[in-house]
Design a protein around this ligand. Structure first.
Ligand code: ACO
Length: 332
């Protein structure tokens, strides 16, 4: 069974409420109808009757919870919660209302925060920054986590590397500045994500252009230091570095460059040293190896919120909703 089909089956087993706030995009309606028909999640769609008229292409919304913010009885509750959460920033009720009515991703996050939904998916027509900022501001990180990061679940066809072609790649989406502490935290979260989604033991490689001291530079030291921190913090996780990508996944290269590593040559969870490397790396594999790239899935948030690519198809939205629902199940 393809990776995403296993995730859909898991989502169906314990249905969660997932909010879709992008009512101005026809793909949202198409995806909502498919998700509902397949029983993957209960969809709460934020939309006015005018939005539906204009963008739904006449979709049959039976079984979908439509939340019209202009008449929603919960609206005042969300304004109050927004003000409470942002009081340190001096947010007034008027500003709160204006913000959430103008940007439904805020509305969606407030629904999650108030317990009216279990997760949210957006980004088909909004940038990554605009999609995740409301979640960072309102939902915040899980206890003990400092930074949210974003991974892709890569499914590489006909591939003997990783976990039969399955990998977690991180951080490919969120953090623009990395230090060793942050890299170590990303390694721990990525291992957890791999275990949760693939159901196999993670083997984490922390990447560099150097393998075990073969090059000297501050960039290399940063990764080597992150490996040290991560090994101390997560003694039960199989993790090693710094490793070049070939040494991380190819046994014969690992035998030459890192013969004493229990991870080198067998890595399935790949931590990149910078956002440039992570973002470019996943796109190279996606395009050149024709890999499935599911994500970016955010890790470390207190409730699941996920982003879409603006070039996505309705089926991609269905897949990301299924992954979000599975993340929500983990919060039970
Ligand atoms: N983890 C947790 N909280 C965070 C993080 C993080 N990684 N980053 C920012 N925050 C919090 C801040 O603490 C702040 O909280 P506060 O308002 O309560 O004080 C809030 O989020 C806003 O933070 P800012 O520093 O003002 O950051 P900004 O909103 O400018 O940007 C963002 C945050 C959106 C994550 C930014 O780092 C960004 O744009 N990252 C790159 C996204 C991107 O373009 N990725 C590549 C494309 S994705 C793709 O190709 C699939």
């Amino acid at each position: 069974m393809a990776f995403i089909d296993t995730i859909k089956e898991r989502a169906k087993a314990n249905k969660k409420v997932i909010v879709l706030p992008e009512c101005m995009d026809p793909r949202t309606y198409e995806a909502a109808v498919k998700i509902t028909a397949e029983g993957i999640a209960e969809i709460a769609l934020i939309a006015t009757p005018e939005d539906i008229e204009k963008y739904s292409n006449g979709a049959d919304l039976t079984g979908i919870r439509v939340v019209d913010p202009s008449t929603d009885p919960n609206r005042q509750k969300y304004i109050d919660k927004f003000v409470e959460l942002r009081k340190s920033k001096g947010l007034t009720p008027e500003q709160a209302e204006e913000q959430m009515m103008k940007d439904y991703m805020y509305y969606a996050c407030l629904m999650c925060k108030c317990g009216d939904a279990d997760g949210a998916v957006s980004g088909a027509c909004h940038s990554t920054g605009n999609t995740i900022r409301p979640a960072l501001q309102l939902l915040k990180t899980k206890p003990g986590i400092h930074s949210v990061s974003g991974f892709f679940l890569m499914e590489v066809p006909n591939c003997e590397f990783g976990e039969n072609g399955l990998f977690v790649f991180a951080d490919c989406a969120v953090n623009t500045d990395f230090d060793s502490e942050k890299l170590a935290e990303i390694a721990g979260l990525s291992a957890e994500s791999f275990r949760a989604f693939v159901g196999a033991e993670p083997r984490v490689a922390m990447l560099s252009y150097s393998t075990m001291g073969s090059a000297k530079h501050d960039d290399v030291t940063k990764v080597a230091e992150a490996v040290k921190i991560a090994k101390e913090k997560f003694p039960d996780i199989k993790l090693d570095g710094e490793l070049q990508f070939d040494a991380a996944i190819v046994g014969s290269v690992a035998a030459l460059k890192a013969p004493n590593s229990e991870v080198a040559g067998k890595a399935n969870t790949i931590v990149f040293p910078s956002l440039e490397a992570g973002n470019i790396g996943y796109k190279l594999v996606q395009r050149l190896a024709k890999a499935g790239a599911y994500g970016p899935i955010l890790q470390g948030l207190s409730m699941p919120v996920n982003d879409l690519s603006r070039g996505c198809f309705a089926d991609d939205i269905v897949g990301v909703v299924a992954m979000t629902a599975v993340q929500a199940q983990m919060n039970d």
